[in-house]
Design a protein around this ligand. Structure first.
Ligand code: SF4
Length: 371
């Protein structure tokens, strides 16, 4: 049966929203803080929503600020908390407000929101550095909106732990994890030491599950070191599989051999457990067949293929490129579902990480409710 708005279930509606974004009045778009600088392919600085349909609920991060959103049939009625499609009421939806603590400050005037942000409703996230070796070499990923910080300033591990401590103290039990990322550093360990110093500092004050996104490193022992420091979940993001597309869209990062990603994913899956290791795959930038080959190769290594919808984010070199349509995404996710089942991989079982949060994808809904 052809999927139309009338027969979308929650999975289909979330997927359609991820492809099209959501319009809203300017007043509803206001944020407590300016957009953060680390913006990659999918999440960007989109807004988070709680979406309800037929007695079910989910959380989704949607494009709001990107150019393509102006053509979306979806509109967020902020007053009545409704999702409209071409002016017709679809269902209940509610934007997650920025937490008030974004504006709280440390004694040295550092805003808490400049160190840690919220993804979804209950995931904390931080970017350790806005430096990326590929951007610095003029070979950055074209889908990436990172604003390069040539000075390679890094978040201070002690201050990060302090900020986390305040947030957890004032919001007991509210946040489920802290997700740590960074641009790619110019070092053999791909930044593992930097991550470890942060993880060690955090472990002095908190048991919060920690996930990290990092580039693959040649010495697999760094993966053990990350685990020993107290990390719970790890992702090595292949993003694109097709070699010609990798070269065109990721001229720097695309030179890292895919075999290195797969080796790191396999080793990390054995170390952290399968549902705790994942790889972002961006659907919509290459033929769907190669996205699916990537998904299968990742799953074969025991890791979660975390398939997301390409979002042409504002400020990136691809901001004018169209995102994929929902029909394409449906046929991709039909296959992703069977890959996950074939390899007995269930992202819902992870401790933490993007694949567990799922606000940028629909794997959890596909497994819960089907397409
Ligand atoms: S590796 Fe690519 S996506 Fe990641 S920060 Fe660098 S340019 Fe952006």
């Amino acid at each position: 049966m052809e999927k139309t708005l009338c027969n979308f279930n929650l999975t289909g509606l979330k997927l359609d929203l991820l492809c099209k974004g959501i319009r809203m009045d300017e007043s509803a778009k206001q944020r407590l803080l300016p957009p953060y600088k680390y913006k990659r392919a999918s999440l960007s600085e989109g807004r988070n929503f709680e979406l309800y349909l037929n007695g079910r609920a989910t959380v989704v991060n949607l494009a709001v600020y990107e150019k393509f959103v102006k053509d979306s049939p979806y509109f967020y009625d902020d007053v009545n908390k409704l999702l409209l499609n071409d002016g017709q009421e679809v269902t209940k939806i509610e934007m997650v407000p920025d937490p008030e603590w974004y504006l709280d400050k440390l004694d040295n005037d550092t805003l808490l929101g400049s160190y840690i942000q919220v993804h979804g409703t209950n995931v904390l996230a931080t970017s350790l550095s806005n430096y990326c070796v590929f951007k610095d070499d003029n070979a950055g990923c074209k889908f990436c909106g990172l604003t390069l910080d040539k000075k390679n300033r890094r978040k201070d591990p002690g201050m990060l732990a302090k900020v986390l401590n305040i947030i957890e103290h004032n919001n007991p039990g509210k946040y489920a994890e802290l997700n740590i990322n960074s641009g790619t550093l110019r070092s053999d360990d791909m930044g593992a030491d930097m991550y470890i110093s942060v993880i060690e500092e955090i472990r002095k004050i908190s048991d919060i599950p920690l996930s990290a996104q990092i580039a693959p490193m040649r010495k697999l022992s760094h993966i053990d070191r990350l685990k020993d420091a107290g990390l719970n979940s790890l992702s090595f993001n292949i993003e694109i599989w097709d070699d010609a597309t990798r070269e065109r869209i990721m001229p720097g990062k695309g030179k890292i051999p895919k075999s290195l990603y797969l080796d790191c994913l396999e080793y990390a899956s054995e170390t952290f457990g399968p549902a705790n290791v994942s790889s972002w795959l961006i659907a919509g930038l290459e033929p769907q067949e190669t996205t699916l080959i990537a998904a299968e190769e990742v799953a074969k290594r025991g890791a979660v293929p975390f398939v997301t919808v390409f979002r042409p984010i504002k400020g990136s070199l691809m901001e004018d490129v169209e995102p994929p349509n929902v029909e394409t995404m449906f046929s991709i996710f039909i296959e992703v579902e069977s890959i996950l089942k074939r390899y007995s991989i269930d992202p819902r079982n992870g401790n933490c990480g993007c694949a567990k949060c799922d606000c940028c994808s629909v794997a959890g809904e596909v497994l819960n409710y089907g397409l």
